[in-house]
Design a protein around this ligand. Structure first.
Ligand code: SF4
Ligand code: SF4
Length: 442
């Protein structure tokens, strides 16, 4: 079996497939005692991680074992919701000696790395920290599978769930670079007109107006929603509306803070105090500096607030402003014991969240269709990861084969910038390189 190394993972272009797109080789260059496989998949209606585990358990566990080897970890843990009993039953007999499985409660946001590390190991990552600070590396299910095969083939395919207002919710296997509309079409098309595309999920995803936007290494799913759906209406609220309504209706009940997962971990974020910045135009440290530690899970805005206000956006606006001003909270106050006192009792059950968001009208399934979606044209984005955009290494008119590198991170001071190469996902000819995309046609 070919040897997987940090270099093979880098050359294969493996990045976090669970949303953020952090280059995996950088993570795997660290040292940790434990690697957690993040199979929590807490975004409502998404099923791709569970389906990958169901169909390819050996490959995923192999990727987890290889990641453990690379970071020197003694222990690997599969964190998966306990409700997926059939998948757990299938996995248990396959678990190698140093890998165990921890069933998770069905709550949101159980897939947040900070929450996952606490739920699985009881360790609290400090504010502004990363899992490595408590000796842990977290990798997503699909990422682990990509690590396992990285010495053989680069990342040219993506799995994503298409759900919501479609006749046939499904998890698809597609070449990177197909359009979202092609994927929705493969699920039978939208059953509402217009069908709005929530990319990445209803909680942390975004409303994509361009249905020909391209699938990249981080696209986890598309939820189709009608125009009058509460999630769509909330996403379309502009900042002036958020400020006007928030200023007049926030009664400082503090439910947003009491249920905030990061506050419950002991971090100094208090969204109800950030809301005060609307009323008085305050930018005082006490009210807003803690917003730097908001993970943007949206729980406060879409679940906790009884007035349907938008503390999440108030937090993120403040967070971005602080970042642009280069302001950080050095040595923030931290109450690591708060998690033990409160977190387990204050989780937001997925079922109640779905009820509140009007998602129970949709079928909550996404069986995997294993055959690769056919494509005659793909657009390979030069930036599909955290870090610098790749630079094209092919020319218009050049013939390329599937798996060939078409873009690489730039070299700065003799070293590649943070990023990961991107590869052709089909055989064909490069027809254009424009707006950060390499277009390939068969
Ligand atoms: S939950 Fe809503 S009303 Fe209560 S403090 Fe937070 S933003 Fe204000
Ligand atoms: S989005 Fe809201 S609930 Fe989530 S971390 Fe930020 S402030 Fe807390």
């Amino acid at each position: 079996m070919p040897t997987v190394s940090v270099q093979t993972v880098a050359e294969a272009g493996v990045v976090g497939a669970g949303g953020a797109g952090f280059p995996t080789h950088v993570k795997l260059a660290g040292r940790a005692d434990t690697v957690i496989l993040n199979a929590a998949e807490c975004e409502p209606l998404l099923h791709k991680d569970k389906e990958i585990l169901r169909h390819f358990p050996e490959a995923v566990l192999d990727g987890l074992a290889r990641a453990m080897h690379l970071v020197g970890a003694e222990r690997g843990v599969v964190g998966i919701k306990g409700k997926y009993e059939d998948v757990i039953e299938q996995l248990r007999p396959k678990l190698p000696a140093r890998i165990d499985l921890v069933p998770l409660v069905d709550a949101y946001p159980s897939g947040d790395e900070f929450i996952l590390v606490y739920d699985v190991l009881g360790r609290v990552i400090p504010p502004g920290g990363i899992p490595l600070h408590v000796g842990v590396v977290v990798i997503n299910v699909e990422t682990a599978m990509n690590v396992a095969v990285s010495a053989d083939r680069p990342v040219t395919e993506k799995y994503l769930t298409i759900a919501g207002a479609v006749p046939e919710p499904v998890t698809l296997r597609v070449p990177i670079g197909v359009t979202l509309a092609e994927c929705v079409h493969a699920a039978g098309g939208a059953t509402v007109e217009p069908g709005n595309y929530m990319v990445g999920g209803v909680m942390m995803g975004y409303l994509e107006e361009d249905h020909d936007a391209l699938v990249d290494k981080t696209t986890g799913g598309v939820i189709i929603l009608p125009d009058d759906h509460v999630v769509v209406r909330r996403r379309r609220q502009d900042w002036q509306q958020i400020v006007r309504i928030g200023r007049s209706a926030c009664d400082q009940c503090s439910f947003c803070t009491e249920l905030c997962p990061r506050w419950l971990l002991g971090h100094p974020i208090e969204p109800h105090k950030a809301m005060r910045s609307l009323e008085f135009n305050l930018v005082g440290e006490a009210n807003v500096v803690g917003t730097s530690f908001c993970c943007e899970c949206n729980l406060c805005s879409l679940y906790s607030c009884p007035e349907d206000l938008d503390p999440k956006n108030v937090c993120t606006q403040n967070k971005r402003r602080l970042a642009s001003e280069g302001r950080r909270w050095e040595n923030p106050p931290f109450d690591p014991g708060r998690a033990d006192r409160h977190l387990r009792n204050r989780k937001a059950p997925t079922s109640r969240l779905m009820q509140k968001l009007g998602l129970k009208q949709f079928r909550n399934v996404g069986p995997l269709r294993e055959e690769l979606l056919p494509a005659v044209r793909v657009g390979i984005k030069l930036k599909q990861h955290i870090g610098a955009p790749c630079q094209p290494v092919v020319r218009v008119g050049e013939k390329v084969t599937q798996g060939q590198v078409v873009g690489r991170p730039p070299i700065n001071d003799g070293k590649p910038a943070l990023g990961a190469p991107v590869h052709a996902s089909i055989d064909g000819t490069v027809t254009a390189i424009e707006d950060g995309v390499v277009w390939i046609e068969r």
